[in-house]
Structures are given as structure tokens and as C-alpha cells.
Write a protein that binds this ligand. Structure first.
Ligand SMILES: [Zn+2]
Length: 83
């Protein structure tokens, strides 16, 4: 069966490997992902990156947060200087 889809990013025809595939290549897939996530504010993205960089492991942080009687979200925000 000659089944193909049109890439949502560059408009090229391609044969999808997975039925959920929406772009022809990894590059286009990333471009689409970035486009979708541009809906978030730049501040939020920066914050998420920062949290990710400082991430020692969610379990560790959750434990520490509990010890201090804080929620995980509050603890992470405090740790990254948001509060
Ligand atoms: Zn493409």
C-alpha cells in the first residue's frame, strides 16, 4: 500500500513509520514541538529549564519538601529563587 502523509511542518510527502507521526523527520518533528510549546510564556520556559538543570531527582526533592512541610511545587519554586 502506498500510504503517505503530508508533513505538517515542511509540506513534504513522507511515509510515516508510526500512525501518530505528524512530521517527515526528526527536525520537522522538533520544529512542530517548539511551535506548539511557544504558547507558554518565555518566563515559564526559562523556569522549567532552570528547574530541570537543578534537578537532583524528583524523589529527593519531594522528600526534602515533605521534611520542610512544603508542597513539592512550592519547594522547587523556592529552590530556584522564584519565592
Ligand atoms: Zn517535514
Amino acid at each position: 500500500m502506498d500510504y503517505y502523509k503530508i508533513c505538517e511542518v515542511c509540506g513534504k510527502k513522507y511515509h510515516p513509520i508510526k500512525s501518530t507521526q505528524v512530521a517527515c523527520s526528526k527536525k520537522c518533528s522538533n520544529a512542530k514541538y517548539n511551535r506548539v510549546h511557544q504558547g507558554k510564556s518565555a518566563e515559564q520556559t526559562r523556569y522549567m529549564k532552570k528547574v530541570h538543570k537543578n534537578d537532583r531527582g524528583v524523589v529527593d526533592c519531594a522528600k526534602e519538601a515533605k521534611k520542610l512541610g512544603m508542597s513539592y511545587g512550592y519547594y522547587m519554586a523556592m529552590k530556584s529563587g522564584m519565592i
